[in-house]
Write a protein that binds this ligand. Structure first.
Ligand SMILES: [Zn+2]
Length: 378
C-alpha cells in the first residue's frame, strides 16, 4: 500500500468495463479496455450545510474529497470566489468569478484535490497537458507540493500562460499543431512510464469542481434555477452538476438547476451530439477559435455532460467568434476582465434567458490577464 493512500479503495471505476481503480498505481485510463475512470458511486455529501468552519475556500469541503484524513491538503487559497449580480434588462445574472482563483482560473479547484492525492500517494514527478490554464494551475500546485512537473502545451497557447507555467519551475514542452497534438505527445510520455496527472482523464478533480455548487447555494441561499458553463472536456459542468446532486440527495436543496453547456462554433462536439446525435458528431471540426480553453475535439466527459444537461432539462448552446469577442468586451465594460473562453457564457445566456428560471448563474472560468481578447500586435 502506498503511504498516505486513503484507507478505503479509491472510489473510482472504469466507465468501459467497470474495473475498480487499482490500489498501487495511478493509471490515467483503464489498462485493460482503455476506458476513462469516473466515480463509481455518488460521493460523500457535505455533512452539514452551510458549513460552519473556520477554514476558508476549498478546505471547508475537505471531507467530500477522495483523500484520507491523514493526507495533507495542498492549497494556495483556492475557492470562496465572489458571486456578482449584473442587471440585464429586467433580469439579474449572477457571475461566479472563478477567474479570481490563485492562478487565474477555476482549474485550481480540481488541481488542489488532484495534487493533494498525488502528493499523498508519494508521487514526486508527473506530466500534464493543457491549453494553458490547467497547465499553469498544475505547475503552481506541483511547486507547492514539491512535485516535479513537465507540462505539454500547444505551441500556439497564450504567451502569458506559458510564462506562468515556466515561472513556477515546471518544464514546458511546446508541441506544434492543434490542442490534440499536445494530448498525443503527453500520452506517449505516460505510456513510457511517467505519471500522467491529467486534469481531464483523472476523476479526482471533479469533486473539486463540485465545490462550486456548494458555494453557489451558500451565496444565493438557494439552488440556482440555471447554471451556464463553458464545456471543453466537460469536467466543470459535470462536477458542478454532481455537487448539486449530492446536496439534493442530502435533502439540502429541493431541485437541481438546469445545466446549460456552451461551446464555440469552431469546435462544438457536445453541442453537435446534443442537437444531431452521432451524425452531427461526425461533422465536427477542430477549428480555430479564441476560446482556446474549450477547443476540445474529443471531450472525455461528453457523455456525462449530455446526461447532466438532459436530466435537468438544460440545453447546449453554441456561440460564434464574433459573439464571444463581443461578450468579452461587454463583460470588461461591467468590470469583469475575463478571457475569451469565459466570455462565451455571456452570449449564451442571452440566447436562452427567456427559457430559464432565476436565479441564473454563469461561471467565469479564466482571467483576462493572461489571454487578452484580441491577439497582441506582432
Ligand atoms: Zn476498463
Amino acid at each position: 500500500m502506498i503511504p498516505g493512500r486513503p484507507p478505503e479503495p479509491w472510489p473510482f471505476g472504469c466507465t468501459g468495463c467497470g474495473r475498480a481503480y487499482p490500489d498501487d498505481l495511478l493509471p490515467y485510463r483503464c489498462p485493460v479496455c482503455g476506458g476513462v475512470y469516473d466515480y463509481a458511486a455518488p460521493w460523500v455529501t457535505p455533512s452539514a450545510f452551510p458549513l460552519a468552519t473556520e477554514r476558508r475556500g476549498l478546505q471547508r469541503y475537505r471531507s467530500t474529497f477522495p483523500l484520507s484524513p491523514s493526507a495533507g491538503f495542498i492549497s494556495l487559497g483556492e475557492g470562496g470566489t465572489p458571486l456578482l449580480p449584473v442587471r440585464v434588462g429586467e433580469r439579474v445574472l449572477h457571475f461566479k468569478c472563478d477567474h479570481l482563483n490563485p492562478t487565474g482560473s477555476y482549474k485550481d479547484r480540481g488541481t488542489a484535490v488532484l495534487v493533494s492525492a498525488l502528493a499523498a500517494a508519494g508521487v514526486t514527478e508527473a506530466v500534464e497537458d493543457s491549453s494553458g490554464n490547467a497547465g499553469a494551475s498544475f505547475a503552481a500546485y506541483a511547486a507547492r507540493a514539491g512535485v516535479r512537473a513537465r507540462v505539454f502545451v500547444p505551441a500556439a497557447a497564450s504567451g502569458p500562460k506559458r510564462a506562468q507555467i515556466e515561472a513556477c519551475g515546471a518544464e514546458l514542452v511546446a508541441i506544434d499543431g492543434p490542442r490534440s497534438a499536445a494530448a498525443t505527445a503527453v500520452r506517449e510520455a505516460a505510456d513510457a512510464g511517467a505519471v500522467y496527472a491529467s486534469h481531464a482523464y483523472l476523476p479526482h478533480g471533479l469533486s473539486g469542481n463540485a465545490t462550486l455548487a456548494y458555494e453557489l447555494v451558500e451565496q444565493l441561499g438557494q439552488a440556482p434555477g440555471a447554471v451556464v458553463a463553458p464545456v471543453g472536456h466537460g469536467g466543470l459542468l459535470v462536477g458542478i452538476h454532481r455537487g448539486f446532486e449530492a446536496l439534493r440527495r442530502a435533502g439540502l436543496i429541493g431541485s437541481l438547476p438546469r445545466m446549460i453547456g456552451v461551446q464555440a462554433q469552431a469546435c462544438a462536439p457536445v453541442w453537435a451530439a446534443y442537437t444531431s446525435g452521432s451524425t452531427g458528431l461526425s461533422l465536427v471540426q477542430e477549428g480555430e477559435t479564441r476560446a482556446e480553453g474549450i477547443r476540445v475535439r474529443f471531450p472525455l466527459r461528453g457523455d456525462a455532460v449530455l446526461a447532466a444537461v438532459e436530466s435537468t432539462h438544460g440545453t447546449m448552446v453554441v456561440v460564434s467568434e464574433d459573439e464571444l469577442l463581443r461578450g468579452c468586451d461587454l463583460l470588461a465594460r461591467t468590470g469583469l476582465n475575463v478571457e475569451p473562453t469565459s466570455a462565451v457564457v455571456w452570449p449564451a445566456v442571452l440566447h436562452v434567458l427567456n427559457d430559464i428560471p432565476d436565479p441564473v448563474v454563469a461561471i467565469l472560468t479564466g482571467s483576462g490577464f493572461k489571454s487578452p481578447p484580441q491577439p497582441p500586435a506582432a
